[in-house]
Design a protein around this ligand. Structure first.
Ligand SMILES: [Fe+2]
Ligand SMILES: [Fe+2]
Length: 443
């Protein structure tokens, strides 16, 4: 429950003329919004459904804001006819709006979680202005502070001590391995489907076809492969601290699955290197394709989130690690990257060896992501107070992921194979949203 049942005086004061007047002043004076909204040009309506009494008495459906590049030229009660002149319409009930305002939630993330409805406008466009949208709501006046789910960050950030290094008992000799558990089921699947050998993949046709590709076609395949090569190496290098934590907690079934996880990442690293050696022949400057946003995530945030576990194995630290690794790197970016290979290769009947490897690799990754979701669900159900900080972390990470997708398309005036940036952004957000839905996050 978000609020005390009886509506307080504070809550009754929301969305009145006085409240609107105060918002106008605070938005006008916000340098944060001026900065973050400088590229945003979007007349929009914050719509209410159902319409509360306070708006009914004004014959309004919500609030209309004419936002132009960091400035607000008009802000007033919205009439139904304002819908035609608005680019964006966001809809929620009164309680949700108050919660979004009081808890300073990211509106874009709230749409993805289904709390806020995007009645008009593009989610992809909004996601590129997510900081502006968040900064805008942050300027709205807050009257009450009675929301729950407040997390004592000091408590949650406090490192939990690892389990003792001594074994008090063994699972196999006490209650026995739980073959019904999800990690054990994943382990069975890994033994069945994850046994492919990158060395067995035949690249002979790929080698022939590679010579026939145009320079631009070679460039974009090399570009994507440069991101995957370093990405697979990074996830191989960075998974160890998580395995160490799971082992130290005595979670044998999970650790058994994780042995296949690391092995598979190593095979993925081998696969891309074989492609380079056997198909490309000469080695281009792969690292020239690693842009600043890519480097932030793969050179810094991922290893930091994973290696932090050696010092701090707290549930929050584990959540941040898995959120970065499984939700964003694997579940959002890699999944989107496979789709790019699919569009370039499968649809043009090119590079069958690469196609085969990607298909096998994708199957492995689906188990990795499934484990990540299991781990996150376990941690959140044991520590419900960590939902807020975890969601905040994910918001930031999704932003990193969409920045990387923008960055990938930058060097191309005409993108080879007809790849479309907007389509890929939307696909990535959809992947992320699918994971969020499976986590049953509730804000
Ligand atoms: Fe992988
Ligand atoms: Fe993976």
């Amino acid at each position: 429950m978000w609020f005390k049942k009886k509506e307080s005086q504070d809550i009754q004061s929301y969305f009145t003329r006085k409240w609107l007047g105060e918002w106008k002043v605070s938005l006008k004076n916000s340098t944060d919004y001026k900065n973050k909204g400088k590229n945003w040009n979007a007349p929009l309506i914050l719509k209410f459904d159902p319409i509360p009494d306070v708006l009914n008495s004004e014959n309004a459906i919500g609030f209309f804001l004419n936002l132009q590049y960091g400035e607000c030229y008009d802000m007033r009660f919205a009439k139904p006819e304002d819908e035609d002149i608005s680019d964006v319409i966001l809809k929620a009930d009164k309680t949700t709006w108050i919660k979004l305002i009081e808890e300073k939630k990211d509106p874009t993330m709230s749409i993805m979680k289904g709390k806020l409805k995007l009645e008009k406008g593009s989610l992809v466009t909004l996601s590129t202005h997510r900081k502006a949208a968040k900064a805008l709501l942050e300027t709205a006046p807050v009257y009450s502070a009675q929301h729950v789910n407040q997390v004592d960050s000091k408590k949650t950030d406090k490192a939990q001590k690892r389990g003792t290094l001594k074994h008090k008992k063994f699972i196999t000799t006490s209650k026995g391995l739980n073959f019904e558990s999800f990690p054990m089921q994943l382990f069975q699947k890994a033994k069945k489907y994850g046994i492919w050998n990158p060395s067995d993949i035949d690249f002979s046709k790929d080698r022939e076809q590679w010579q026939q590709l145009s320079d631009e076609e070679k460039k974009i395949i090399t570009h994507l492969s440069a991101l995957f090569m370093a990405g697979e190496e990074a996830v191989t290098l960075d998974i160890l601290p998580l395995i160490q934590v799971i082992a130290s907690e005595g979670r044998i079934e999970e650790e058994m699955f994780l042995t296949s996880f690391l092995w598979e990442e190593a095979k993925h690293t081998e696969f891309f290197s074989r492609f380079v050696n056997e198909v490309m022949v000469s080695r281009p400057d792969f690292e020239a394709f690693h842009g600043p946003f890519y480097k932030v995530l793969f050179y810094e945030k991922l290893p930091i989130a994973m290696n932090r576990l050696t010092e701090d194995a707290s549930p929050l630290s584990q959540l941040k690690a898995s959120g970065t690794y499984n939700m964003i790197v694997e579940g959002t970016l890699a999944e989107t990257g496979y789709e790019a290979y699919h569009k370039m290769l499968k649809e043009n009947d090119l590079l069958p060896g690469m196609q085969k490897g990607i298909t096998l690799l994708k199957q492995d990754e689906s188990r990795h992501i499934a484990y990540g979701l299991y781990l996150i669900n376990r941690l959140l159900s044991d520590n419900p107070g960590l939902r807020g900080p975890f969601e905040d972390e994910l918001e930031e990470l999704l932003n990193d992921a969409t920045n990387i997708i923008h960055e990938i398309f930058e060097p191309y005036d005409v993108v080879p194979f007809g790849l479309d940036k907007e389509w890929f952004l939307e696909y990535a957000i959809k992947q992320f949203q699918n994971r969020i839905n499976k986590l049953h996050l509730n804000i």
